[in-house]
Design a binder for this molecule. Sequence first.
Ligand code: DSN
Length: 419
Amino acid sequence: MHPALASTLSAVDPEIAELIALEEVRQRDKVRLIASENYVSGAVLAATGSILTNKYSEGYAGKRYYEGQQYVDRIETLAIDRAKAVFGAEHVNVQPYSGSPANLAIYFAFLKPGDTVMGMALPAGGHLTHGWGVSITGSYFKAVQYGVREDTHRVDMDAVRELARKERPKLMFAGGTAIPRTIEWAAYAEIAKEVGAIFAADMAHISGLVAGGAHPSPIPYADVVSTTTHKTLRGPRGGMLLCTAAHAKAIDRAVFPGLQGGPHDHTTAGLAVALREAQQESFKTYAHGIVANSRALAAAMIEHGFTLITGGSDNHLILADLTTKDVSGKIGAKALDAAGMELNYNSIPFDKRKPFDPSGIRIGTAAVTSRGMGAPEMKQIAAWMARAIAAPADAALHATIAGEVRELCAKFPAPGLLI
Ligand code: DSN
């Protein structure tokens, strides 16, 4: 945190100031491998932590329900114009509070309760909001779910087509949270068109890769694209919807006043900054670097005897099955955390274990790439992972590895941290 802000905060609330300072140290000293996390730049942090948090601005630029929008209108318009330029979209809404509200707005725009939605099942790599049972999307709508093939762990587009023909969904989602491979947007779009479904592409995990040209873009194929703004895109916590001009009105109405009140203008400003960063040539290098690191880490993990779902990675994400390492995902993730490597335990396709103690771990390379780490560091991380997981109860070993991790991290300062 900026020293002036830190001293103001600690004067007013020393407890919170200390906890934030400790978290900053934790983010500095750890290898952060949670696939949905990143480090934003100091510029994004400055905009997000600005006085814009004081403002209310229900409505859209030029049509607000509160006065005093002279600057907020310009900020939101800049964010929209930059998103259009980065992704080549006809229409953009930057107001969704995050990915789940963005997806809910899609339902509200196109479906009535009870209508059929088709999405990837959560255990296969989909998202809760793509119709999973415990989510509102699985209880207020008739959800049908596709998965992956048992032999390859990849989506079987013939099975998707067959299900779509049988169920005739009104809305079809592609994308998810634990997909280590390239998503074939065109194939989904063709099926959606055939059955008359709205095609929604959820690119939350990979929007930074799309922005940087390291993953195919869904924009030419989808009716509407949803994304979070804080994963590989490296912006503040938020959501965004991109769509064709034909759906602009329905999407805007669904976000406000359908689902939300005032947009979070400080987040919009942070997003505008992140999108400006994403327009730079260096962001292309960054996006390709994420994928190169994921491939390098996957290859090194395989050398250390890890079993990877689909056998590797095309994007920022690796899903490993720890069954062959004789530990559960939860025990493995906790051992790795103690050893300075932070990630999450995760279900794998056809998991025999329960979601709260599944067989897998999910790994992402967006944050380590933001620190400037490359292939040699990925090899080192895989070696540390193997050592830590081989002795899941050895606290002394984990503390030793955590010390080595700290030394490596000191050589790669993280964006946005001032320590
Ligand atoms: N929680 C996000 C993730 O970790 O992928 C998805 O909502």
